[in-house]
Design a protein around this ligand. Sequence first.
Ligand SMILES: [Zn+2]
Ligand SMILES: [Zn+2]
Length: 377
Amino acid sequence: MDGKNSMNDQDVKLLERSFKRYYLSHLTEIPVPTDIAKREFGYKKFTGGMIRHMNVQDEKAMRLLLVENSPADVYCSNSYYLFPNMDMKKKDWQGADLIFDIDAKDLHLDCRYSHTCRVCGECKNVYKESSKCPQCNSIKHISSSWPCKNCINAAKKQVVKLVDILENDLGICADLIEIYFSGNEGFHVHVGKTEYNMLEPRARVALGDYIRFYNVMPETYGVRRSKIDRKKFPTEDDPGWHGRVAKKFFGKNAPRSTSNTEYVKIAEKLKNAQYTMGACIDMQVTGDIHRIFRMPGSLNSKSGLAKILCTDLAKFDPYQDACFIDCDLVKISAQCPIRFSLGGRTYGPYIKETKVEVERFAAVYMMCKGTAHAISS
Ligand SMILES: [Zn+2]
Ligand SMILES: [Zn+2]
């Protein structure tokens, strides 16, 4: 169920106006995708519906799209096409940048429960810690998550692992790797034009499995059920996963015996290493060459925060660095059970519906998460 479709007119008006103000005041800072004319564009409105298969000829046309349509989300393909505005079959695919999505929601962190609430699909009541709406008993709801510092730091760790593999295993030059905050719960990693651009979806999936350290067989690392020959084990100097596996599992503690039990033990260790050593990337994104992907510099309608380039990942704080909506005061009615910090200030919780006047960026953040509504001033 898409909650955006059921947004009331006043909410839509306030959000559209706020997003438009951002696009107007930051227009020249929004980066222009390389080979813009070869990419497919699309956008969503706050009133619902997705428009795609658009082509955008140049910078001017892109800027026009942003200010004229008041989009809630803007997307651009990582693929290049001869005819980006035609049907998928007629587009004539010319290659696609490698693209990776890392999302805190996929990391199954313990903190998640504490900062997730539900917005009732029937009566819009906001509640926590209940399987159905306490106000109308409906089970229809949208989950609304408010990622915390722990979520962002955990996602950053995945980015670091991914970038290490891209540079050291795949030989991709650091200059071609761009790390973006997604605008909500994670990071997008874009790789510019490389020899990998022509990879078919199946090869992209295989590459993704390599990055995740997924489905690894002990045999790859010289471990067999019957004969364990220590000479076949990888060494720490080996490139890629062989070296990593050697460092982690095959030091002094490498098995000496030749039992099936040892094999099973190592198989288990390698399987678990998927979560500790592999980078947790969304395979739907990596394997799909016909997807359109959130455009750098655009706002994310799940938060009102911008998808922006992180030049210093360690220091990057999305709640300061990606918050660009202005700080004019706006009147809203908030029912937001979660306390959050944004733009250097702390808000909430607002347990019962509360009329408050807050900075526009905070109003937008709560509205995007379904926990506040516009009221006429
Ligand atoms: Zn309800
Ligand atoms: Zn968290």
